[in-house]
Ligand binder design. Structure first.
Ligand code: CUO
Length: 683
């Protein structure tokens, strides 16, 4: 029987033929002659002998009757795959179905080997990743990080060229030097938005976004792949949190909150020049000039036709549904947008996923927004240009317009949330439980956190095609902070042990004009830092928790994989999660005032009875959920800040019940870089 781990080798060197050596030690797939594409039919064995070393391992590929792949093969090998395009999603969904329906790993391996050289490489990667994540016999496999397979989506083209040069010239990989990513390379200081480069272009942030959309596909023939617990609500919440985090970074850089892109007729003031080349398409990612206007998109080749008027119609219908408190399904039946499920239904409608109750009426609003923006430079395909970075989940967050678009999307969700009744005191209180005090400590300092720059390396060699094998490191400069710990003193005045759900948030204290914020503004900037369960015996109790344990983040090594630690990393089965190094905002050199908020709610009321066993994928449940299980919190996502505050609690101080506390925390940014070993200059 095939070793399922060999399936992961099919991700390596995505544009090279499948019969060339894969993996670090020269594994070769022994491909049936009928599987080899016409171009290489005569020379496959010869090439294999030439490229593989003595230490090679042969993987026998069984010859089977291959299912019809004509649908996924409609997308050319060197075209650009986009998840936001319906026609591409249909192709992916077809291929996912083929992969998931293969009865055994042997047969899956066989069809995947066959498809690999015939299907678009990014489409292949996406479909195989989704299938592996969802097949019972492969879901424990750890997928390779997308950045290692498609480095071109994460680094600039100059760096890519240097990495190829390094691997070609320096034969021994131990002697190769890391290639350093230039800092702030996409624009100059003339571009005010460029102050946010470290957030928008961060490797971990973009990987998180790509991975989230992999775990939550928009469409698949097998409905269970899309229909996950509270999927629509999680779409809203995860993206709402991105906007909250982005706004905290903007404030750190003396910038006002992001303006929603709500007038589709207005030009987009912010241009974006990605400076990246797509390896698959062998083209540069198209830029968007300042003040570009959206136009109707009509690209018959992509079976794509969407107009600004469609968007306006969908928007009006969605707002009407929100204000009426119900949506209409395809039978014209009302589905009420109630307090608990309404947000989930709206999420499915607005995104829009396969779960939308009525795509004819409410359209494909969010996805088509990405598409209109992504093709704004060539809406009719006159210049035969591909989509800009907004067209793909792995690159969209690089562009300032992403945040303006999602701020607009978030406004729609908030319109619904504002119509719900505020939480009353009794819904917020936890009788007998009182939070006495909270503090954070870092480097011996109380309620003071520090950020700085740090250099880290990532091995990108698996994504470099047609170059000699061996590691090639890319060196990134990214934001980092000193780890910290929370100390929370609680008093349980009852006679019995109580179980609490500790919810920790952080929000700026003052707005961009240095004025105190009303809670109605501040609650939208509340960034979730952690959520965990505690046992509280009667009496006083001190809870301590480290920042590295956060329910929002994945460990640092997951983003910047240390080659020596790969063995340990096998335990980290699930890649979705906010990167640990971006847990807190940058702050300012002179210090920026934040409010740290802690609430202990009654876990007996919040807990969710799980029907499936724990799969070990629980490291970053807040934004990513739990694999195959229910979202681990009965409360609405973002609770207690997801609704407008009750009367009389216009500021945070008045909102607090005895089971809550807030304390001021200062985040200071030190403008220094923790460097790795110095490197000789490159010519
Ligand atoms: Cu994640 Cu718009 O959904 O990018």
């Amino acid at each position: 029987m095939a070793d399922k781990k060999n399936l992961l080798l099919l991700f390596d060197h995505p544009t090279e033929p499948v019969f060339m050596d894969k993996g670090g030690n020269g594994t070769v797939f022994d491909v049936p002659d009928s599987y080899v594409t016409d171009r290489y039919n005569q020379m496959c064995k010869k090439v294999q002998r030439r490229v593989s070393s003595a230490s090679e391992k042969n993987v026998l590929v069984k010859e089977i009757a291959i299912p019809d792949l004509s649908c996924p093969m409609r997308l050319g090998r060197s075209e650009q795959f986009s998840l936001f395009l319906t026609s591409h999603r249909k192709m992916a969904s077809h291929l996912i179905e083929i992969f998931t329906k293969m009865p055994t790993v042997d047969e899956l391996q066989s069809v995947a080997v066959y498809a690999r050289d015939r299907v678009n490489p990014v489409l292949f990667n996406y479909a195989l990743s989704v299938a592996l994540l969802h097949r019972p016999d492969t879901k424990d496999l750890e997928l390779p990080a997308f950045a290692q397979i498609f480095p071109d989506r994460f680094i600039d083209s100059q760096m890519l060229r240097s990495m190829r040069e390094e691997s070609f010239v320096v034969e021994r990989s131990a002697a190769r030097l890391p290639v350093v990513s230039s800092v702030k390379y996409t624009a100059s200081d003339l571009d005010v938005e460029h102050r946010l480069w470290y957030f928008r272009e961060d490797l971990g942030v973009n990987l998180h976004h790509w991975h989230w959309h992999l775990v939550y596909p928009i469409e698949a023939s097998d409905r269970s792949i899309v229909d996950k617990d509270r999927r629509g609500e999680l779409f809203y919440y995860m993206h709402q949190q991105i906007i909250a985090r982005y706004n905290a970074e903007r404030l750190s850089n003396h910038m006002a909150r992001v303006q929603p892109f709500n007038n589709l007729d207005e030009p987009i003031a912010e241009g974006y020049f990605p400076k990246m080349d797509s390896l698959v398409a062998s083209r540069a990612y198209p830029p968007r000039f300042d003040h570009t206007r959206l136009s109707d998109v009509d690209r018959p080749k992509d079976q794509l036709r969407v107009g600004i008027d469609d968007m306006k119609r969908w928007r009006e219908r969605i707002y009407e549904a929100i204000h009426q408190g119900y949506v209409l399904d395809t039978n014209n039946e009302k589905i009420v947008l109630d307090d608990s499920k309404g947000i989930d239904i709206l999420g499915n409608i607005i995104e829009a996923s396969d779960l939308t109750p009525n795509s004819t009426l409410y359209g494909d609003f969010h996805n088509m927004g990405h598409i209109l923006i992504a093709y704004s430079h060539d809406p009719t395909n006159k210049h035969l240009e591909y989509a800009g970075v907004m067209g793909d989940a792995s690159t969209a967050m690089r562009d300032p317009i992403f945040y303006k678009w999602h701020a607009f999307i978030d406004n729609m969700f908030q319109e619904h949330k504002r119509l719900l009744s505020p939480y009353e005191k009794q819904e917020l209180c936890f009788p007998d439980v009182r939070v006495e005090s909270i503090q954070v400590e870092s480097q011996g300092q109380v309620n003071k956190l520090t950020t700085f720059w740090q250099e880290s390396d990532v091995d990108m060699s698996r994504g470099l095609d047609f170059v000699p094998r061996g590691h090639v490191l890319a060196r990134f400069t990214h934001l980092q902070h000193h780890a910290f710990s929370y100390t929370i003193k609680v008093e349980n005045s009852s006679e019995a042990t109580r179980y609490g759900y500790v919810r920790i948030f952080l929000a700026p204290k003052l707005d961009d004009r240095n004025a105190p914020m009303l809670l109605e503004q501040q609650r939208l900037m509340m960034v979730e830092l952690d959520k965990f369960v505690v046992t509280m015996p009667p009496g006083s109790h001190t809870i301590t928790r480290n920042s590295t344990e956060s329910s929002v983040t994945i460990p640092f090594e997951r983003t910047f994989r240390n080659l020596d630690k790969l063995e340990e990393l096998q335990n980290f089965l699930c890649g979705c999660g906010w990167p640990q190094h971006m847990l807190i905002p940058k702050g300012r050199p002179e210090g920026l005032r934040f409010e740290l908020f802690v609430m202990v709610s009654n876990y007996e009321e919040d807990k969710v009875e799980q029907t499936a066993a724990d799969c070990g994928c629980s490291i970053a449940a807040s934004y990513c959920g739990l694999r195959d299980r229910l979202y681990p919190d009965r409360k609405s996502m973002g609770f207690p800040f997801d609704r407008k505050p009750r009367r009389g609690s216009e500021i945070l101080e008045n909102f607090l019940t005895p089971n809550m506390r807030a304390v001021e925390v200062i985040i200071t940014h030190e403008d220094r870089t923790e460097k790795l070993r110095e490197l000789p200059a490159r010519s």
